[in-house]
Design a protein around this ligand. Sequence first.
Ligand SMILES: Nc1ncnc2c1ncn2[C@@H]1O[C@H](COP(=O)(O)OP(=O)(O)OP(=O)(O)O)[C@@H](O)[C@H]1O
Ligand SMILES: O=P(O)(O)OC[C@@]1(O)O[C@H](CO)[C@@H](O)[C@@H]1O
Length: 305
Amino acid sequence: MIYTVTFNPALDYVVKADHFTLGTVNRADWEGIYCGGKGLNVSTVLAALGFGSTALGFVAGFTGHEILKRVMNMGFRSDFIQVEKGMSRINVKIKSSEETELNGMGPEITGEDIKLLFDKLDCLTEGDVLVLSGSIPKTIDDDIYERIMARLKDRGIRIAVDATKDLLINVLPYQPFLIKPNNHELGEMFHVTLSSKEEIIEYGKRLQEMGAQNVLISMAGDGAILITADHEVYQMGVPKGIVKNSVGAGDSMVAGFLAGYLENGSYEHALRLGSAAGSATAFSEGLATRDEIMILYDELSKEGF
Ligand SMILES: Nc1ncnc2c1ncn2[C@@H]1O[C@H](COP(=O)(O)OP(=O)(O)OP(=O)(O)O)[C@@H](O)[C@H]1O
Ligand SMILES: O=P(O)(O)OC[C@@]1(O)O[C@H](CO)[C@@H](O)[C@@H]1O
């Protein structure tokens, strides 16, 4: 069974404004509201690819109710914990000549709430896959992913972590099966700017030396680099297409990679399916469908990737 954890899910309010100018009144040309948060996005794309999952995490307030209502029809199981104080986030994504995001704060999560989550995680068994994805509300210490991994240690559970900075660095000693920083996040972790693929590979390998098994570095329109547990390096380009909304491209890549790996254990297939899913989401208004992903998968194969 696959489980995803989204500590801070959101309603993503995606708005297009052709001429967005800071400091003025702007008018929308298009708008849409999606269920968001990285783990939820991973569950959504896994479902599109035929893999069931259970989405865990915390919701609160009227936005939390809306998230719960929407996830009931999204093709995966959900088992969220409802918390009392605050509300689930509304994350604003402004699409104009550039993409600007303003992510909300999220509710207050108490120690008792965390215990409830731990009780659910204690039910995971050998062979399960757990995806820990996204930021955490400010009320939680940033060792939370590390605490989860410590608790599940030596239980044969494959854990993927998609997070930034200390949240990610702290889990490395627990040897996560997969981590997926983007190239900018990778540079930030080492306080450097990475400008060549060689540098990206060098710093990706450092994360592996620090404990990660597979390191998948996404580079938006420049594709992705995978450093595998057996120290192979694979590179992948992107198919041709028009970017409509790249929110969730990284999560789609994580879902595609896991689906591909679970299908046949091939890193090449996993990277190609992950890349196809990432690009398919970037080329669509919301998260990609199976058909959109498979068309790009075939294109990548034809192009020799
Ligand atoms: N502009 C693009 N054109 C083609 N493919 C893209 C584009 N942006 C993203 N992708 C695909 O999606 C993958 C993940 O994208 P990206 O590196 O932006 O992840 P991310 O930074 O984690 O994104 P997010 O946080 O929005 O989910 C890329 O490696 C690529 O395969
Ligand atoms: O604030 P976080 O948790 O880092 O990211 C949240 C978020 O930006 O990530 C998803 C895209 O990856 C969106 O659906 C969501 O709004």
